[in-house]
Every structure is written in C-alpha cells, then in structure tokens.
Design a protein around this ligand. Structure first.
Ligand code: SF4
Length: 283
C-alpha cells in the first residue's frame, strides 16, 4: 500500500508557541500556574502539562489570588478576562495567537465605527466567544452556515469576519449572500489563518488521491474535525482518530493508497505512531 503523510500535518505556529510559553512559565514561576481552559484541544498534550504541574483552570476563581499565574491560550479571550485577572492580582502570560489578536482589534474597531459584526464560526468555541466579547457597543451575529444569514435583519453597515479555522469556500459563500443585500455597506475581512488554509488544501489533495484517509487529532479540535469533514465529502473512507489505538485494520482491506494528515493541535509523536501502525499493516 502506498502511503502519503501531509507535509503540513501537526502543530501550527500559534499552537507551538502557546505550548512553549506554558512549559516555560511553569519552569520560571514559583506560584501556582494554570491555563485558562485546555491549552489546546488535545488530551495528550494537556496531560503532559499536568505532569509538569500546569493544570487546567476552568475559570479565574480556581487560581489563587495574588500568588497564581494564568496562561491565556492561543484561542484568546475577551477584555473582561484581562480585567478580572488584574483585579485578582494574578500574573498573566498571554499566549493568544497573533492572528486571533488581529481579529480582536478589527472587531473592536468595526464595532466602534458602528458596524454590525458577522462572524462565520461556531458560537460555543472559545475563540469565537473571545472574539464576540470585543463587541461592546453594537451587535454581533455568529453564523455557522452561510444560508443562515438570510434569517437575520442586519443594519446598513456590516463587517464580516471568520473564526481562524473556518473554510474559505464557506466564507466566500457567506460574502456572496451578503452581497445580494441592497443598500448595505459590507467590509469583509477573511481572517481564516494561513495555517488552516494550507492544511485544508493539502487535505483536499490527499482525499482526492487516496482511497483511505486518516485524520489524526483531538475530537474537540475545531480545525481537526473540519479537516475530517472536508476529506469525508471527497473520500467517504475518511476516519478521524485521536490516538493510534482507534485504528482498525479492517478499514484498510482492499485499499492501495492511504493518506494521513493531522490538525494544527496534533503532536508529532501521535502522528508518528499512526504512521508507523499504517506502515506496518501495509507491508
Ligand atoms: S490555527 Fe492559525 S490562528 Fe489558530 S493558533 Fe494556529 S496559527 Fe494561530
């Protein structure tokens, strides 16, 4: 069986940086260090951090006042979290990805200028919750499917943005529907990050060229589940596994070309285990 592993599979710049920041902070800081929510949507990495003494806090109240440190993960948070951390006298290390920071500043500016904000994304995802928190004057709408925008009465000025892990074709579809509205000024900011775009393009090519595709990564990871969904549309024999233990030899019966890729929050060690397993049964 021929096997191709995506060149871009695994950690993106923002995730690498956040994990490094977390480990470094744990080493240098003598007080209690906590990440606000899991640093990435990958249970294996979260366990490694816990072993290094950096556990997950679900909210700031779980971190000791005055002596504790909070690490903000790459998804970012709203301004109220910085204020609350300050009020509790917590040390704060900000590992928000710069691409997400950029979205925060665009949203704050557009909100100040009186635009309704439309975000293509998942309303309950931490990145989107953080983005929406920068709308303090006007209105924000989160849309997970372009067609849903038709049900919303928007104002005359609309700013469109996307969660960094969305699909470009969905963003284009949403922009096209907004463009049908008359008397509406639209500012469009395609904030899907390059790391996402590159991984999605590679996944599409792998799905087109393979008769089985394995996507490796956390089941709660937005970018990984999106990769799996994109590949599934093209190649129905697409399987999303979090660890090597979920693989099933029966999936590979009669297959001649396998493709493997992984989300931006998947550790290289987990990808390598999956690759080794597939290589072993393909010999
Ligand atoms: S997926 Fe993009 S926005 Fe998200 S952490 Fe990685 S580089 Fe940053």
């Amino acid at each position: 069986m021929k096997l191709e592993v995506g060149k871009h599979a695994g950690f993106c710049f923002g995730v690498k940086r956040a994990i490094q920041v977390a480990f470094d902070s744990g080493e240098k800081y003598s007080g209690v260090v906590r990440t606000l929510g899991p640093i990435i949507h990958n249970p294996q990495v979260v366990q490694e951090l816990e072993a290094a003494g950096i556990a997950v806090a679900q909210n700031l109240e779980e971190i000791p006042t005055d002596t504790g440190m909070v690490i903000i993960r790459s998804h970012g948070v709203g301004p109220q979290i910085y204020e609350s951390a300050n009020a509790r006298n917590l040390a704060l290390v900000d590992a928000t990805c710069p691409f997400v920071k950029k979205i925060h500043s665009i949203v704050a500016q557009m909100d100040d200028e009186g635009y309704d904000i439309v975000v293509l994304g998942e309303a309950d995802h931490p990145e989107v919750i953080g983005i929406c928190a920068y709308v303090t004057n006007g209105r924000v709408f989160v849309i997970d499917e372009p067609e849903k925008i038709r049900d919303i009465r928007l104002g005359r000025k609309v700013a469109l943005l996307a969660q960094t892990t969305q699909e470009t074709r969905q963003f284009s579809a949403l922009l096209a529907i907004l463009g049908e509205k008359n008397n509406c000024e639209i500012r469009s900011f395609n904030t899907i990050c390059d790391a996402t775009g590159v991984r999605q393009q590679e996944a599409i090519r792998l799905a087109q060229q393979s008769d089985i595709v394995i996507i490796v990564g956390g089941k709660k990871s937005a970018n990984t589940t999106r990769l799996a969904a994109i590949c599934q549309e093209i190649q129905p024999s697409t399987y999303h596994v979090e660890t090597v233990h979920e693989l099933d030899a029966a999936w590979f019966t009669g297959k001649t070309r396998a493709g493997i890729t992984a989300g931006a929050s998947t550790p290289e060690s987990e990808i390598n285990k999956v690759v080794a397993w597939v290589q072993a049964i393909g010999q």
